[in-house]
Write a protein that binds this ligand. Structure first.
Ligand code: AMP
Length: 172
């Protein structure tokens, strides 16, 4: 199955000039959704992973079933102010302005094998910030997975220390 066919392009969302890759059309198709999660599980299954770290919000949708496939736990990285216990926060630069993400400080034990999951790799700034948080907590990042990679934005160049796997590559 070619899951690229299930991804919808929405021009000028949320801002003029952005081609938004909409995965809701993939998620609502049972076979395409399952094929997506299975493809990521196939790629990472040999690693004996302890935790899937998913990035709010679409990283939760893909990362949670992936954790079940891989028989491991799931850890959410959330936008600031959402997690109830003591957190580690990281502020990072966006194209315009900045954003802050948080993770529970007790979410990862030192040495645990972690993969980080999001729906899409663009400039890589978001995932890079999450890598720094996971490593600050002592996690061992054994891989990073995306459904979509926007190759022209060269996000991989911010993640060169890690094995990065994406299922579908688009130029923009
Ligand atoms: P970046 O930090 O630039 O790699 O941006 C990645 C985050 O922004 C991911 O959580 C994506 O869901 C979201 N994102 C960035 N660009 C797009 C796009 N063109 N379509 C859909 N989501 C995007």
């Amino acid at each position: 199955m070619d899951i690229a066919n299930f991804i919808r392009n929405i021009p000028d969302f949320p801002n003029t000039g952005i081609q938004f890759k909409d995965i809701t059309t993939l998620l609502k198709d049972a076979k395409a959704f399952k094929a997506t999660v299975e493809a990521l599980a196939d790629h990472f299954k040999s690693e004996e992973i302890d935790l899937v770290v998913g990035i709010e919000a679409r990283g939760f949708i893909i990362g949670s079933p992936l954790a079940l496939f891989l028989d491991c736990g799931f850890v959410p990285v959330r936008k600031e102010g959402k997690l109830p216990a003591t957190t580690l926060a990281k502020t990072y630069q966006l194209e315009y302005g900045q954003a802050t993400l948080e993770i529970h400080r007790d979410a990862i034990s030192p040495g645990q094998k972690v993969i980080i999951i999001d729906d899409l790799l663009a400039t890589g700034g978001t995932t890079r910030a999450v890598c720094e948080m996971v490593e600050e907590l002592g996690g061992n990042i054994v891989g990073i997975g995306f459904v979509i990679e926007l190759v022209s934005l060269k996000g991989r160049e911010k993640l060169t220390s890690y094995p990065v796997h994406s299922l579908v590559k688009f130029d923009i």
